[in-house]
Structures are given as structure tokens and as C-alpha cells.
Design a protein around this ligand. Structure first.
Ligand code: COA
Length: 161
């Protein structure tokens, strides 16, 4: 008999931890499942190797498989969110929120005072997450995404003094 895991059990079974260089393949796999136009492996590798990187993965406690990731740059006192994705099978169980919380907490600890991100206007899931986590829309980049010329909403959250 297959017993579906409850949301709470899924949350308990996930650890949010700093990303490692050897998470590259797993992050590329989650990325491929998450976007119509995924980032290239090279771009993801560059984000993992950046001297400004502040990256987290959501790791399954039992299998150690990566279920989600959040890639950020910490530059001076600004956190720039580059990418956040959760494997489709593991969505709506709190992983996106936990990745965001871990990134913001680490950035704050290292002296960041503000976080910025861009999101497609049509991405209701992500937009809702960001608004619920205290981000505000501060601008629009018209036709920012080259694939379909969609607008990007620029969002900001004050995270420190
Ligand atoms: C956006 C994304 C990372 C959210 O991850 P997740 O693990 O499902 O998020 P959570 O379970 O932590 O949910 C956090 C909040 O996001 C919002 N949210 C998530 N999925 C949603 C949906 N389908 N509809 C409306 N709101 C949604 C809700 O506010 C939710 O809080 P709630 O469950 O208490 O209502 C995930 O949907 C994803 O990977 N999407 C594809 C990649 C992407 O678009 N990334 C963002 C690029 S800017």
C-alpha cells in the first residue's frame, strides 16, 4: 500500500543547508523540471562558484537528494536573489519558504540590509511567496525576459538596519 506523506512529514524530512559544488548535477535537474527555459549548466556552475555566492539547497534527510535550491549573490550590503526552484513533486510543502528564510537569515547575519529580486509578472506562485515574505514591487522592467518579452517585476525587502 502506498501511503502519501503528509505536508508536515515532508517538511520534517527536509534540511535546508548551504549548497556545495557537488550539488551541481542535482540543481541542474531541478532547474530542468522547473522552467520552460532553464538556466544552462554553465550559468548554474558560475553561480555556485562566485565569490559572492550565498546558496542553499533543500536536502532530503534520508536520501540526501536535492529537492530545491536558492541561488543568491551577497554584494556589499545587498542580497540579490538569482534563482529559486523546488522540484514539482515537492511543491506546496514549505520548501520554498524555508529556502527563502535561510537565505535572508544568512544575508542578515553577514550584514545585508536589503534584498532584491526579479520575477515574471505571470508567475503567481513565486509572486505570492515573495509578497507573503515581505517583498514589495518597486519597479517594472518592460520586456525583460527575452524568450517571450514578458515584463519583470523588481521587488525589494528591507532585511536589516
Ligand atoms: C515558486 C516556488 C519556488 C515555490 O516553492 P514551494 O516549495 O512550492 O513554496 P512553499 O510551499 O514554501 O509555499 C510558499 C508560498 O508560496 C505561495 N505559493 C506557492 N505555490 C503556490 C501556488 N501554486 N499558488 C499560489 N500561491 C502559491 C503561497 O503563498 C505559499 O504559502 P502557503 O503554502 O502558506 O499558502 C515553486 O513553485 C517553483 O519552483 N516554481 C517554478 C520555478 C519558479 O518560478 N521560481 C521562481 C522564479 S522568480
Amino acid at each position: 500500500m502506498v501511503v502519501e506523506k503528509s505536508r508536515a512529514e515532508q517538511i520534517i524530512a527536509i534540511d535546508v543547508l548551504p549548497a556545495r559544488a557537488d550539488d551541481l548535477d542535482a540543481i541542474v535537474a531541478v532547474e530542468a523540471q522547473s522552467y520552460t527555459y532553464p538556466w544552462s549548466r554553465n550559468l548554474i556552475q558560475g553561480s555556485l562558484e562566485s565569490v559572492h555566492a550565498l546558496n542553499y539547497v533543500a536536502r532530503d534527510r534520508r536520501s540526501t537528494g536535492v529537492r530545491g535550491f536558492m541561488l543568491n549573490l551577497l554584494i556589499a550590503d545587498e542580497l540579490h536573489v538569482l534563482n529559486l526552484a523546488v522540484h514539482p513533486l515537492y511543491r506546496r510543502s514549505g520548501i520554498g519558504n524555508r529556502l527563502m528564510e535561510a537565505s535572508l537569515a544568512a544575508a542578515r547575519e553577514r550584514g545585508a540590509v536589503v534584498a532584491f529580486l526579479e520575477v515574471r509578472r505571470s508567475n503567481i506562485q513565486a509572486l505570492t511567496l515573495y509578497i507573503n515574505r515581505g517583498f514589495n514591487v518597486i519597479g517594472v522592467r518592460r520586456g525583460y525576459y527575452s524568450d517571450n518579452k514578458e515584463d519583470a517585476l523588481v521587488m525589494k525587502k528591507i532585511i536589516g538596519r
